[in-house]
Design a protein around this ligand. Structure first.
Ligand SMILES: NC(=O)c1ccc[n+]([C@@H]2O[C@H](COP(=O)([O-])OP(=O)(O)OC[C@H]3O[C@@H](n4cnc5c(N)ncnc54)[C@H](O)[C@@H]3O)[C@@H](O)[C@H]2O)c1
Length: 254
């Protein structure tokens, strides 16, 4: 029997590709899964009809920029299932504009979603774990982009680099309570904005694949499997880790 059976897993931004793949994988393990995203239920249903039909899945519209909304959603998940065991801070946005063209409002919003949103979810949940004496697991979805300068994605890379330090700081703060905090930082994934671009330009996907030293592009379910692995009790002493799964992409220098 899976160690994740009857565990409660909470995931933000889970109408998106990687979030939905993680929700699906935990449901397959017999977990109860609470997901959220910025969409109203009707739109969420349109985008992920199969996922939202699952009896062990509950969807809520929650904007991660809103600390109060995030805290009250987590409280609701806890009341609904009696506990939360795993939380995954996954919601994010990406603005493709360099520092000469990104506006202050665009910069702030990206930091707000990617960094502050991750803090809202992860730290609220850590406090909930602490108060209820739960040795829970917190996972941030970072990016290889935190490890390599991308002049066309400044807000994204800075926010993901900050998430990495947030992960380490939380890991140290909450270790005395048995709470583990880790990060999975994928490389190129056939998901989100990249997927949209590659669907229109298959040559660009081939080009991207060829840049990767191990010559491959991840699928969303492969990222989901890494998240499941990091949450496993086999990793009981793993905390503050940032696992970069990018086929060696972040090692490449021009
Ligand atoms: N796709 C890639 O190549 C790739 C690579 C490395 C890391 N990642 C990371 O993986 C995670 C998932 O990305 P994805 O590729 O599935 O992208 P995606 O765009 O499909 O999913 C992101 C989700 O976050 C949601 N979101 C955005 N703003 C929000 C807000 N304010 N409140 C709540 N939800 C909000 C979006 O609506 C969307 O459903 C992200 O953290 C991303 O940075 C993706």
């Amino acid at each position: 029997m899976s160690e994740f059976k009857n565990k409660t897993v909470v995931i933000t931004g889970a109408i998106g590709d990687i979030g939905a793949a993680m929700a699906t994988l935990f449901l397959e393990q017999g977990s109860q899964v609470c997901i959220s995203d910025i969409f109203a239920k009707e739109e969420a249903n349109k985008q992920q009809p199969e996922l939202l039909k699952h009896p062990n899945l509950h969807y809520a519209m929650v904007d991660v920029r809103d600390y109060v909304a995030v805290s009250s959603w987590l409280e609701d998940c806890k009341v609904r299932h009696g506990s939360i065991d795993i939380v995954i801070a996954n919601a994010s946005k990406v603005t493709v504009k360099d520092l000469t063209s990104i506006s202050a409002a665009e910069w702030m919003d990206e930091i707000n979603v990617n960094l502050n949103g991750s803090f809202h979810v992860a730290n609220s949940c850590a406090k909930l774990f602490q108060e209820n004496q739960i040795a829970g697991s917190i996972v941030f979805i970072g990016s290889w982009a935190a490890h390599a300068v991308h002049s066309n994605l400044p807000a994204y890379t800075v926010s993901k680099a900050a998430v990495r330090m947030l992960c380490q700081t939380m890991a140290l703060t909450y270790a005395p309570f048995g709470i583990r905090v880790n990060e999975i930082a994928p490389g190129f994934v056939n998901a989100g904005l990249s997927k949209q671009v590659w669907q229109k330009e298959p040559d660009a996907q081939e080009k991207a694949k060829n840049i990767v030293p191990l010559s491959g592009i991840l699928e969303s379910n492969e990222v989901a499997k890494q998240v499941l692995w990091i949450c496993s009790s086999a990793n009981r002493l793993l905390t503050g880790a940032s696992i970069v799964i990018d086929g060696g992409l972040s090692l490449v220098r021009p």
